[in-house]
Write a protein that binds this ligand. Sequence first.
Ligand code: ZN
Ligand code: ZN
Ligand code: ZN
Length: 191
Amino acid sequence: MERLRAEIDKDDVLSSNIDSKQPRKRNPSIILNDAPNNSSMEAIQLAIMAHTGIDQSFKLRFQFSGSKPYTTHCVFEIPAQDFRILKRCRKIPIHWHIYTLRGLFHLKICGNCQSFGHTARECLSSEPTCARCADHLLPESCDSCYISCVNCLQHNIKYGTQYSLSHSVRNKSFPCFLKQIKGYKKSRDYS
Ligand SMILES: [Zn+2]
Ligand SMILES: [Zn+2]
Ligand SMILES: [Zn+2]
């Protein structure tokens, strides 16, 4: 009995700790485009630090193939104060070549239904939607002569808005995309 009460008391402390905890914002991300594969991550980080004067290395979140042969895009998560410095120093010399750094928004866009927030692998939709014309077909087989954004179309139907539809779902300058970027920025600490 004593032991049980002690357990409950312990749980109370635990749950009150959880309740009082504020949701923490994540650090913003930055992407180094087309970093040379023959440079180690340590060398890349040292080059960035030497060029910017930042005195700590960053957390590497992930890497993926670059747009040129033998290169990699590197995504780092960094504290807000370093993010501001890195945004000012957009060009970083590594091994006598200049590489570009820029802020990155991780937005998931489904390659199947074109919605935001999940990937094609996680998609629950049974039929594909074309990213170009909003019809239910694979983008490869699209021969439509008009462009229509399915995300803005659905928003208009649901909320009675009058968003223009004549753009691809991948176009970052339209309300569908801008709203997602706004939501993403709110979830990160840029202060
Ligand atoms: Zn989907
Ligand atoms: Zn289409
Ligand atoms: Zn749109």
